[in-house]
Design a protein around this ligand. Sequence first.
Ligand code: SF4
Length: 110
Amino acid sequence: MDTNHPIFNDSINAQKAVDNLKIALNEPNKTFPPIYQQYRDLIKQAWLSANGVFNGQPFLANTEVTKTRIAICNACEFFKKKSKRCTKCGCFMNQKVHLALAKCPIGKWQ
Ligand code: SF4
């Protein structure tokens, strides 16, 4: 296991996660898809990742893929830079880009 992978740095930075959550909670909900859609997409992503792992695919994307994805998001008109959320799916992109089988909801990256 590559413990230098960025997700380990992100996940142990609890204060950063709390700060992002505070920013997200202050954003107007109408900016994002309906909450049921966000839960549906989250469950779908969890199922895809779990199914992928059972079929021998990696759970985490490598660092190069992760950096490419977040660069695309940073340049995207649907990305909220302050909270790092996508207004198309409502996902927290700092976490989602690390999942090997995650996809951009409008096909900008896979
Ligand atoms: S996931 Fe896709 S739509 Fe969302 S911010 Fe990133 S590039 Fe844009």
